[in-house]
Design a protein around this ligand. Structure first.
Ligand SMILES: [Zn+2]
Length: 374
C-alpha cells in the first residue's frame, strides 16, 4: 500500500484558519474575472476488480493548488437515486480551479455507478424497495470496502485506496425524500469535524455524537472519524431529480467549508436567517384533520407552492384537504411560526422508492407537515 498523503494534510488542516487570512489579499488581486483557471484539474479513476474479473473505473476530479493544505473530499451519489451532489461536484470543480489557493480538492460525483445505472438506491434493489431492503449492497455500510467482497464493497475499496484515505476532511452528500428539507447531519465532540458542520447553508442542522467505533466501521463518516479526519453528512432534498436550489445549497456549503479551511479566500456566506437545530422539543407535527387529498398552499404573496424550508407564520394556511366524505374544503393551518421541515406525507417511510408512498391522499391523523420553531 502506498503511503497516504494525510500525514501532512492533517497538520495543514489544523493550521487552516491561519492560512485563510494571509491568502485573502493575494487572491483579491487575481479576482473572479480572471477567466483563466489558476489550478490544474485532473480526471482520474478508482479502478475496482469486480467478482467476474472485469474492472469498473469510477472517475473523479482532483484539483491541486500550489500550496500545501487540507485535502477536502466531496463524495456524492453513494446511493444511486441521490444525485444532486453530482452537479455540486461539477460546479465545485470549476470554483476550485479558479479560486483555490491552498490544499487539494477531491470530487467523486458518481460514487456508486452500478446503482446509478439501474437508477436505484442500491444496485440489488427492485421496484418499490427502499434502501433498507438491500442485501449487502448499501454502499453507506460498505466502508472501508473489501477487495474480496461483493462488487459494492470492491468499489468502496477502490475509492478508499484512490481517494478517501488521502483526504483530511470529507462531506458525504446524500439526498432524502422531497417532502423533507435539506439538513446537515453534523458531528459533535470531534474537533476536525466541527468547522464542517458550522459552515453549511442548509436551514436545518442536527447533531450526532461521534461514533468512535468500539464496533465496526461501516459508513464513510465513521471511517474518516476513525482515522482522525473531519467528516459530516448532508441530506439535500429530493431524490431522482436535479433541482437548482438544492445544488446551490450543496455548492455554497462546500465553498464555505473550503473558506473555513483556508483553501479559498474570503468569508463564508451566511444563510439568511438562522440555521435551525431540529430537536424533538422544537418540532411541531401537523396532522391531517380528515381523510382526503391534500393540496399545499401558496407561499405568501406569490404564485409558488409552499415547499419544505419555507418560513410560515402562526395561523398561516399550509394547504387544505378535499375531504373524501362530503367534499368539504378543510383548511390546514400552521399551529406555530417556524420553518417547514416537512410538507406533505411520506407514507410508510417508503417514499424514497415508491410512487404510491408519495401520493397526496392522507388518512385522518397522517402527519402532513412538521414545523420547527427557533
Ligand atoms: Zn443516501
Amino acid at each position: 500500500m502506498k503511503p497516504s498523503r494525510r500525514h501532512f494534510l492533517k497538520l495543514a488542516g489544523a493550521a487552516g484558519l491561519g492560512l485563510a487570512n494571509s491568502s485573502i489579499a493575494k487572491t483579491k488581486a487575481r479576482g473572479h474575472d480572471a477567466g483563466t483557471a489558476a489550478n490544474k484539474v485532473t480526471v482520474d479513476h478508482a479502478v475496482a476488480t469486480l467478482e467476474d474479473g472485469s474492472t469498473l473505473a469510477t472517475p473523479f476530479w482532483r484539483i491541486e493548488s500550489s500550496k500545501e493544505g487540507p485535502s477536502l473530499l466531496l463524495l456524492a451519489a453513494q446511493h444511486g437515486n441521490e444525485i444532486h451532489g453530482a452537479e455540486v461536484a461539477r460546479r465545485m470543480k470549476d470554483a476550485c480551479a479558479q479560486h483555490m489557493v491552498a490544499g487539494s480538492v477531491w470530487l467523486i460525483p458518481m460514487a456508486n455507478l452500478p446503482a446509478i445505472r439501474v437508477r436505484r438506491h442500491s444496485v440489488d434493489l427492485g421496484p418499490e424497495q427502499p434502501g433498507r431492503f438491500s442485501q449487502g449492497h448499501n454502499m453507506q455500510q460498505a466502508w472501508p470496502g473489501n477487495p474480496d467482497g461483493n462488487n459494492t464493497q470492491r468499489i468502496a475499496y477502490s475509492l478508499d485506496q484512490a481517494v478517501v484515505r488521502h483526504c483530511s476532511h470529507a462531506v458525504d452528500m446524500h439526498c432524502w425524500n422531497q417532502f423533507w428539507a435539506a439538513e446537515t447531519l453534523a458531528t459533535i465532540g470531534h474537533a476536525p469535524s466541527q468547522p464542517l458542520g458550522q459552515a453549511t447553508t442548509t436551514r436545518f442542522i442536527s447533531y450526532r455524537p461521534v461514533s468512535q467505533p468500539a464496533g465496526k466501521v461501516t459508513s464513510l463518516t465513521q471511517l474518516m472519524h476513525h482515522r482522525g479526519a473531519g467528516a459530516i453528512a448532508m441530506e439535500l432534498s429530493g431524490q431522482y431529480q436535479m433541482q437548482h436550489r438544492q445544488v446551490q445549497i450543496g455548492l455554497s456549503s462546500m465553498l464555505n467549508i473550503a473558506k473555513l479551511l483556508g483553501m479559498i479566500p474570503g468569508e463564508p456566506e451566511r444563510l439568511e436567517g438562522p440555521q435551525v437545530e431540529r430537536t424533538r422539543e422544537n418540532s411541531h407535527e401537523v396532522l391531517a384533520p380528515c381523510a382526503g387529498i391534500f393540496m399545499p398552499a401558496l407561499q405568501k404573496g406569490t404564485t409558488a407552492t409552499l415547499v419544505p424550508d419555507d418560513f410560515v407564520e402562526e395561523g398561516q394556511p399550509l394547504g387544505h384537504v378535499i375531504k373524501e366524505g362530503d367534499l368539504a374544503t378543510v383548511p390546514v393551518l400552521a399551529p406555530v411560526a417556524g420553518y417547514l421541515w416537512q410538507l406533505n406525507a411520506c407514507h410508510g417511510q417508503l417514499c424514497d422508492a415508491s410512487l404510491p408512498a408519495q401520493h397526496p391522499y392522507a388518512a385522518e391523523g397522517d402527519q402532513l407537515a412538521l414545523i420547527v420553531t427557533c
